[in-house]
Design a protein around this ligand. Structure first.
Ligand code: GLC
Length: 549
């Protein structure tokens, strides 16, 4: 049995990500809120998850969906209050569910009091030193300090107006211009994040998800290299890139670990670090954050060989680092996996899904049924793997990506900064359907902040909860079984590379078989516990996973 309390609860946990503004709206303003989450704790309990990871709920102008934080130690008044937060935490804990919150340390929002102070203070001041300010190039400093581009498109530098009204210095922002990067060489920045971590840990938060954990420390010594001379993120980096995955970043996490270990049980953390697999273990070490997301399955096609290679490699890595593996198919940054798997195979984070989104859902054609069938098979396989499973709200309903969002309703900066090139991530952030009818399908009493399509009705919780064949019932059953079957022990493959079937067994006899091929295959002897699609004459059909004991 996996450990559900004590220091190691996180190692084999099923963690459910809530994007708070799109989960449940308790006060009818169209925006999900903290009380809405508290009201749905019975739903989370029935689902059978071990922990909730809450995306940012802090005060924010929502220039990047809340990842632009105005104040790290408060709740956005539109989402509730600190008292509401405490009530939610207590309700989750009473249901045996842990709470992980998102920490965004690479950048604040441009409305953070420190950034406002920096703008109001002179060049070279202590207030400016908390961020990354540089003089521009050119005779009058009219050109940015380097040609680097931000992740959301456009330059990574923004020019400010000095307090005296003249055009002034430039500040660096790896993401939107509303997200100025902190200067992590500044001791005040380091101290303030320790204060923030302590603030939430003292309130009973069990763990932290660290946003862009690989970008904090930077070497911006002059001359700044040109964009063309920089390796791209995710290539094999060796710690010498000016801002991605520098070795010194781990000094920060060692200090955080000391703080986490002052608590009983120690607070946990998981790094969002889009680094090469070889360097991921540094973030996941017990002296550091303890765990790091592995986005390999999320980027793979529905393909037996790719899955086998990724699973084998990651489990081997976790043996070396001592961290448990993490598995994830969907989150708030990528096209939902039901949709990815209903489109032709292709490489990359979103593969052909990007083209599908850009064409308004026309090209290439989406096979909705196939996508859901494969997503169910993949999720059932994932839930049988050793390590933690990270689930994203709505995947338990088999939700597809929403493509029908008018441009005027879109919110993601990736859309605004890359006209005609990137549609952004709003399609996986549309508020959940709870009921089959109503102005917002039970999300709240007002139209949701991102429009929900008509087809959401059929995916609503109310439409699925009493149907044993539904995706919601599959997740509930799988999570229920997993909570008694999951252990720390590794798996053993029972078939051969090259097969279109993946079959593995855990030391307690728990087997998972997935048919990635097109023809039904024989199942091994034993009792079928659950299957992602009905068996066909006792055989395992195409695109299906079954658990056997
Ligand atoms: C992470 C978040 C993403 C956000 C970015 C900047 O990648 O997951 O949603 O836009 O960081 O904070």
């Amino acid at each position: 049995m996996k450990e559900v309390s004590g220091a190691n609860w996180w190692r084999q946990a099923a963690v459910y990500q809530i994007y708070p503004r799109s989960f449940s709206d308790s006060n009818g303003d169209g925006l999900g809120d903290i009380k809405g989450i508290t009201a749905k704790v019975p739903y989370l309990n029935a689902l059978g998850i071990d922990a909730v990871w809450l995306s940012p709920f802090y005060p924010s102008a929502l220039a990047d969906g809340g990842y632009d934080v105005d104040d790290y130690r408060d709740v956005d008044p539109r989402l509730g209050s600190l008292a509401d937060f405490d009530e939610m935490t207590a309700t989750l804990h009473a249901a045996g569910i842990k709470l992980i919150v998102d920490i965004v340390p690479n950048h604040s929002s441009n409305r953070h009091e420190w950034f406002k102070e920096a703008l109001a203070s002179p060049k070279g001041s202590a207030a400016r030193d908390r961020y990354i300010f540089r003089d521009g190039k050119g005779l009058n400093g009219e050109f940015p300090p380097s040609d680097w581009e931000s992740i959301f498109g456009g330059p990574a530098w923004e020019r400010i107006t000095e307090p005296d009204g003249t055009p002034g210095q430039w500040y660096m922002h790896l993401f939107a211009k509303e997200q100025p990067d902190f200067n992590w060489d500044n001791p005040e920045v380091r101290a303030d994040f320790l204060k923030t971590l302590r603030f939430w840990a003292d309130r009973g938060v069990d763990g932290f998800r660290i946003d862009v954990a690989h970008a904090l420390t930077k070497d911006l010594s002059e001359p700044l290299p040109a964009k063309a001379d920089l390796l791209a993120e995710n290539e094999t980096l060796d710690g010498t890139h000016p801002f991605w995955d520098r070795d010194e970043v781990h000094e920060i996490y060692a200090a955080w670990r000391d703080l986490f270990n002052e608590y009983n049980p120690p607070r946990t953390a998981v790094a969002e670090a889009w680094v090469h697999a070889d360097r991921r273990g540094r973030y996941a070490s017990p002296e550091g954050l303890g765990q790091a997301f592995n986005f390999d399955l999320l980027q793979a096609a529905f393909d037996a060989e790719q899955f086998r290679e990724i699973i084998t490699r990651n489990l081997a890595e976790s043996e070396i680092t001592g961290a448990s593996s993490t598995w994830v198919f969907s989150n708030h940054d990528v096209v939902r996996h039901a949709t990815r798997y209903g489109l032709p195979k292709g490489p990359g984070r979103n593969g052909p899904a990007q083209a599908w989104l850009m064409s308004g859902g026309k090209e290439p054609a989406l096979n909705r049924e196939l996508g859901i069938r494969r997503a169910r098979a993949a999720s059932l396989l994932m839930l049988a793997l050793p390590g933690s499973a990270y689930l994203y709200q709505g995947e338990e309903l088999g939700l597809h990506e929403v493509v029908e969002i008018p441009d005027t309703d879109r919110q993601d900066p990736a859309f605004f900064r890359n006209p005609g090139v990137d549609i952004g991530r709003d399609g996986c952030r549309v508020p959940l359907p709870w009921t089959t009818e109503g102005i917002a399908f039970g999300f709240g009493d007002a139209a949701a902040h991102l429009p929900q399509p008509e087809w959401f009705s059929a995916y609503a919780v109310a439409a699925q909860q009493d149907n044993p064949e539904s995706t919601l019932s599959l997740y509930r059953e799988a999570l229920r079984l997993r909570s008694s079957l999951q252990t720390e022990e590794q798996l053993k493959w029972l078939n051969h590379p090259g097969d279109s079937v993946l079959h593995f067994i855990r030391p307690n006899g728990w087997q998972s078989v997935t048919n990635f091929g097109s023809e039904p295959v024989e199942l091994p002897a034993g009792t079928v516990l659950v299957s992602s699609s009905p068996l066909s004459k006792g055989k395992l059909p195409a695109d299906t996973t079954a658990w056997i004991i």
